[in-house]
Every structure is written in C-alpha cells, then in structure tokens.
Design a protein around this ligand. Structure first.
Ligand code: ATP
Length: 259
C-alpha cells in the first residue's frame, strides 16, 4: 500500500477535527475525500503532509512511518500537497513558480528539465504563459501552476485540496483529466473536493467525512450510486455542482447538523 492511515485523531484545542480515521490507498489509485465545509478533509491532507500533527494514530507513506516526520522530510520522500487557495508567488512568473517545486541539487538539473517538459505537456497553456506574472492568470490557470509546481518534485503521492474551488467547468474537467492521467502513470492521488460528483467520477475509492468521522467509504462508483451519498453530496434532482453552479449550501448545512 502506498498510503496507510490507522486510527487517526487530530484536535485543534477542543475541536476534534478527525476521529478514528483509517484508510488505505494503493499505488496509482485516486482517493476522493468528500464532505461539507469543516468535515475534516483539509486536516486529513495536512496530516498526511506532516503540516498538522495527529494526537493519535499512524500514517505510513510508501511503507515508511511518517507520523512524526516533518513536512519537508515527507516531501523529500515523494509526497506533495497542493494546498487550498494555491499559494502562488503572484509577482513571480509562471516559470519561476514551477521551478520553486523542483529538486534543488545540480545533479537533478536534467531530470528537472524533462519534468518541466512533462508539466507543459499536461498543461500546454503554462508553456505559452511561462513568462507571465502568475498573479495575472485566471483562477483555473493558477490552479494548473500550483499542480505543476507540485509535480516538479516528481511525487509518488499527490494531495490536492479543493482544486476545483471557484473554477469554470472546463477547467474542472481538464484538471480531473490530468488527475486521471497521473494515476494511470502510477501516481497516487488523494483529492479533497466539495465538488463530490467530479471527484468521485475520477476516483477509484472514496471516503465521506462528517464532523471528522468516516461515514461512508468504498469504491467511488458505489458511492456515486449510494442513495444517502447522492442525496447529501451529489445534488441529485437539484443543481449538480458539476454544471459549475453554486455550491450546495443546503446539503452542506444538513451535513453540519450530522443528520
Ligand atoms: P473546508 O472545506 O472548509 O476546508 P474541511 O473539510 O477541509 O473544510 P477542515 O478545514 O479540516 O475541514 O476543518 C475541520 C475542523 O477543524 C473544523 O471544525 C474547523 O473549524 C477546524 N479547524 C481547522 N483548522 C483549524 C485550526 N487551524 N485551528 C482550529 N480549528 C481548526
């Protein structure tokens, strides 16, 4: 298994952000994390990346116990997080932002150049805009830069936090296509999304979090067809978010109440 999470518990003061969370992700698989605002999706990704410390439980990445490792040590072992909100250097160019994600040593130079080429193949618009200020790009293009920067580290495990947030549907589709392609090439991807339908259609497995607990888990296809999941997260019969419409406030509110 590439990622193994056992009995994870995370607290922020009195808030229990994750409770008894366990799951496995195999190499080249896509795992979708679904849940309302505040369900614990970001906390799970941040804990995997070593940015947040669990109070209990273990995380293993590529067979190594990473629970107590620091974020940069976990990154060096091949796991990269693309945080919510992208966090680009707006005044640097697209190319400079991408290089920020590359390995530093000189002997990596050749592999970095070929990886940059791979990023440009995945997101052709970034080649065209390589010399532009990152801050001048659209939201979708900035998300591509953020993912491209993470890919410059040639990760075995890529964590994406809400990559579709605020993006036009065509960008969401393009990003989900890239996620599918990366997984087909062997990269393991964990993707936290409020756009549950788009994420589950791309994923192999899914987990639904509510108030820090797993309420549903299993093959993504099964979750897409699950009545309970559909009703709460997929907007069946109303405004499915994959059409690029408003987020599903009603279902989010219901989830908050844990009904
Ligand atoms: P969102 O989509 O809003 O990011 P999420 O599912 O990713 O939601 P988390 O951000 O992981 O959820 O939050 C889980 C819980 O932990 C929430 O109750 C949130 O308010 C709380 N929380 C998150 N980060 C912190 C923090 N740094 N300090 C205190 N509480 C936090």
């Amino acid at each position: 298994m590439t990622v193994e999470i056992d009995s994870l518990e995370v607290r922020y003061g009195a808030t229990r952000a994750l409770r008894d969370v366990s799951c496995r992700v195999a190499g080249g698989e896509v795992l979708a994390l679904i849940g309302a605002n505040g369900a614990g999706k970001s906390t799970l990704l941040r804990t995997l990346a070593g940015v947040t410390r669990p109070r209990a439980g273990t995380v293993r990445v590529l067979g190594q116990d990473t629970t107590r490792l620091r974020a940069h040590d976990i990154a060096r072992r091949g796991l990269r997080l693309v945080p919510e909100g992208r966090h680009l250097f707006d005044d640097l160019t697209v190319g400079e932002n991408l290089w920020m994600g590359a390995h530093r040593s000189r002997r990596e130079a050749e592999r970095n150049s070929s990886q940059l080429e791979r990023v440009f193949e995945l997101f052709p618009v970034l080649r065209e805009f390589a010399g532009r200020r990152a801050g001048a790009l659209s939201g979708g293009q900035q998300q591509m830069v953020a993912i491209g920067r993470a890919l410059m580290g040639r990760p075995s495990v890529l964590l994406l936090d809400e990559p579709s947030l605020g993006l036009a549907p065509r960008y969401v589709a393009q990003i989900m296509d890239v996620v599918g392609g990366l997984a087909a090439d062997g990269t393991t991807v964990v993707i936290a999304e409020q756009n549950a339908a788009a994420a589950l259609r791309t994923a192999d497995q899914g987990i639904v979090l509510s108030n820090g607990r797993i309420t549903h888990s299993g093959p993504a296809r099964g979750l897409l067809e699950d009545d309970d999941v559909s009703r709460h997260y997929l907007g069946v019969g109303t405004n499915d978010r994959t059409d690029g419409g408003e987020p599903r406030r009603l279902t989010l509110a219901l989830d908050r109440l844990d009904v």
